[in-house]
Design a protein around this ligand. Structure first.
Ligand code: PHB
Length: 367
């Protein structure tokens, strides 16, 4: 039986354990340039004992930004800063993928270039809020992307993939989850288009598949992951038949032999019913490749998920915020540091790079 602490691999890329770090928005990037913060180098380096780190969601264009202080991957300067991060992680023997992101309608005119409206599959405003310079505000009304706009956005994902390669990442994850742009195209609650990108399941899936194909021109297929949240309602999402659309997506991704599928089985604080779990299990069964499970996993559940063959790896989010050495703590059955929710989003070093390691505690006790 396989254990959480056993190594695993994607092609020729080896991971030292199956405890992966989930993408986590920490809102500390430079808001002028969208460069990751200097402190992010230490933050990621501290967490390099994860089997794989998946970076925080990173916008592929200015239009793709929806919250203040999230980093980008659309300029050389951003890639240079990311390179310091990947070098630091590699020095510690870690592996790191970049998550390619476009928020779509989850944005605000004050965050968009020239105060424009955000873009989406269709002009349907989300009933949710975002962090702006003026605080937590209702997201703005989006405009539907034109076909030219869609082509440009696909090119932006490709450019982001290219810059991620330059920045020394081990691979990229396409963020198709949690109600952001790709998800807005996939699900029929947000996609009311009548062209080749809306209506049928083939049409709604066209955008993610064209992105996957564009990214495949830059990266070998096994260095590309896709994150999906088929049953999630976060960011005001819905679909009339998630099993149908996501089955098609999974089958098409199989044909492309992508590295991994990563599913948000449940969003923190949100309920999941049996119907949802059945949908997710059916999708995992359809998937031929490496599977990363995510969503409120504790140690017991994570161990079971690996033992039972439900997942090849488990991505932990919040536990990695307050426990930089999470794999060691899990293996030793050690206590976790208390997370400080007030510093999850935004702020400085506090709650970011100052959580103690187990070895620090020992030192303190010995002293
Ligand atoms: C967030 O910033 O709250 C956020 C970002 C990306 C996600 C989910 C949440 O996938």
């Amino acid at each position: 039986m396989t254990s959480l602490f056993e190594n695993c691999s994607l092609g020729n890329l080896d991971f030292k354990n199956r405890i992966f770090m989930a993408p986590l928005t920490r809102s500390r990037a430079d808001d002028e340039t969208d460069k990751p913060a200097d402190m992010a180098v230490k933050y990621y380096k501290q967490r390099a004992s994860a089997g794989l780190i998946i970076s925080e969601a990173t916008q592929v264009s200015e239009r793709g930004k929806g919250y203040i202080k999230t980093p980008g991957i659309y300029t050389e300067e951003q890639a240079e800063k990311w390179k310091e991060i990947t070098d630091a992680v590699h020095e510690e023997g870690g592996k790191i993928f970049l998550q390619l992101w476009h928020v779509g309608r989850i944005s605000h005119t004050s965050i968009q270039p020239d105060g424009k409206n955000p873009v989406s599959a269709s002009a349907i405003q989300a009933d949710t809020k975002t962090f702006t310079q003026e605080g937590y505000q209702q997201v703005s009304m989006p405009e539907a992307l034109s076909v030219d706009g869609i082509k440009q956005t696909i090119a932006d994902f490709k450019k982001g993939a290219e810059l991620a390669k330059k920045a020394g990442f081990d691979g990229v994850e396409i963020h198709g989850a949690n109600g952001y742009l790709i998800d807005q195209f996939l699900r029929d609650g947000t996609n009311k288009r009548e062209d080749q990108y809306g209506g049928s399941i083939e049409n709604r899936a066209r955008f993610i598949l064209e992105i996957a194909d564009a990214v495949k021109e830059i990266w070998p297929a096994n260095r590309i992951g896709v994150r999906l949240s088929p049953t999630g309602s976060f960011n005001d999402m819905s679909d009339s038949n998630p099993l149908e659309i996501f089955s098609y997506v999974v089958e098409e991704l199989n044909k492309r032999s992508l590295g991994y599928m990563h599913i948000v089985e449940r969003f923190p604080g949100m309920d999941v019913g049996n119907d949802d779990l059945n949908i997710i299990n059916a999708l995992i069964k359809k998937w031929d490749g490496f599977y990363i499970a995510n969503g409120d996993y504790d140690v017991m559940k994570a161990k079971d998920a690996i033992k039972s063959g439900h997942a090849d790896a488990v991505a932990f989010g919040r536990p990695f915020i307050s426990n930089p050495d999470l794999p060691e703590r899990l293996e030793k059955g050690a206590e976790f540091n208390e997370p400080d929710e007030d510093t999850f989003y935004g702020g400085g070093a506090e709650g970011y790079i100052d959580y103690p390691f187990l070895s620090d505690n020992k030192k303190t006790k010995a002293a």
